[in-house]
Every structure is written in C-alpha cells, then in structure tokens.
Design a protein around this ligand. Sequence first.
Ligand code: KIV
Length: 275
Amino acid sequence: MSATAKKSAPMADDIRAAKGGTPLVSLTAYTTPMAQMMDAHCDFVLVGDSVGMVLHGLPSTLGVTMEMMIMHGQAVARGLKSAMMVIDMPFGSYEESPQQAFANAAQLMAETNAGAVKLEGGVAMAETIAFLVARGIPVMAHVGLTPQSINTLGGYKVQGRGDARAMLMADAQAVSDAGAFAVVLEKVPAGLADEVTAQIEIPTIGIGASAGCDGQILVVDDMLGLFTAFKAKFVKRYAHLANDGEAAIAAYAEEVRARTFPAQEHTFADEVPAK
Ligand code: KIV
C-alpha cells in the first residue's frame, strides 16, 4: 500500500494482506487537525491510549477511560478520509472476560466508526481475540512492552531478552493464531522482532523493534517533538514543535507587553456615523 495508490480507507483484511510488502505506515492521533495532517501519509491511524500521557498529563495509560477514548476517537474520525482508524481498548475494559471485551469493543466501534480495536496481551488474550473476531470485531494485538502492564512488568523495560524470548515468540504466535489481523511489537530486540516477523502470518508493526517489521508506528507527539517529558530511545524526533511553540508564545507575550501586537493589520477601522 502507498499513500498515492490509496482511494478509500483500507480495512483489516487489506492491512493483513500487506504482510511482506511495502512497510505499513502508522502514527497515533487524538485530534481532528492531527488526523487531517497524517491522513494522506498513513495506512492506519491509531487512537492510542497514550492520549492519557501526551494530552492529559497522566503518569501512565492506566487512568484512561472509555469516555476519553470515545471522545478522541470521534475527533480523529472527523479528520480521516483515506487512512483506516484503529482504536485502543483502555485498561480495565477487556481483561475480565471475552464478554466484557465484546461489549466495550462494540461500543468503541459503534460510537467512533473505528475499523478495528487494539488490545494488549499475547497468550493470555488469545481467547478474547478469537471471541471478538468471531463476532465481527477486527483486532490488532500488542505484545512485548505492554504499557498497561507496567506494574507487573516492573517498568518500561526491553522485553523478550534471555529466557523471555520464547514467551514473546509464543505471545506473537498466539495472537496470530487467534485471528488478530496485525500485531504491534513494542520495545523488543531487533533480531527477535525479525524472527517473529518471519514466523507469524500477520503483519508486525514495530515501535522500538526493527526496520524489518512489516510496518512502523510512533506516537505523533513524540515524533513531532511536542511531548518532551521524556524521550524513549526508539523515538526519532522529526520536528521540535514544543520548542518552536514556546518561542512563538514568548514572542507574543513580548509584543503584547510592548503594545506592538495587535498591529494595524490585526485591528478594525472605525465607522463613525456622520453628524
Ligand atoms: O497507545 C499507543 O500510543 C500505542 C502505541 C505506542 C502503539 O499503543
């Protein structure tokens, strides 16, 4: 798939069929203007639960709610024409049972018009993924570093090293076998990501993984340099918008205090009634 060849938004099956082809391009988005900016360049856009950290100032993704995801999902949907929209299931909305997952996934899809949901977990979530797929809900899986599990993972560490390698392979295989149409591989060693990509039937979407994955995703605020609280090693900043924005705000503040803004071109002429 390429930005120029696309006519209408791809569906889950189109993403699955891109396995082994031109790498899939993806970013997160949370607002209409951001979605509009990336629509022509991305195969799919993820309304990520990273929204909690990058837009709402939360310390992790754990505090993100269904209401937040629906509101941001609706905003992103208004900005997309040719990229598929995938929406994250927030922490606590799917882990309890396949039935709980179905009810919440159906609500997310119905209220935002997303083409698929994403959820975190491998072997432990395979039954839930199969349950959703069998009932008409395409699922993107997410294995490796799963930020909703930082409290059990012990932090944002690289996953799949040493003894954990076999478990990561098993997780990726399990979600593929369960019917997921793609899987995000987050923060796993490059060699392992390549091995997973060669082994499983569905596209791997790397973030902190390998250029050999079937696609890549980044958090848009990270790659634009808008989120500066910290920078993961795997983030490449393609712009420095927080710096540019602060410089612009400082210039505005100076001009207001010096009464050089607004200038004449920003004001309206009087129309004084004739006496
Ligand atoms: O929420 C998110 O932004 C994500 C990406 C990091 C894949 O899940």
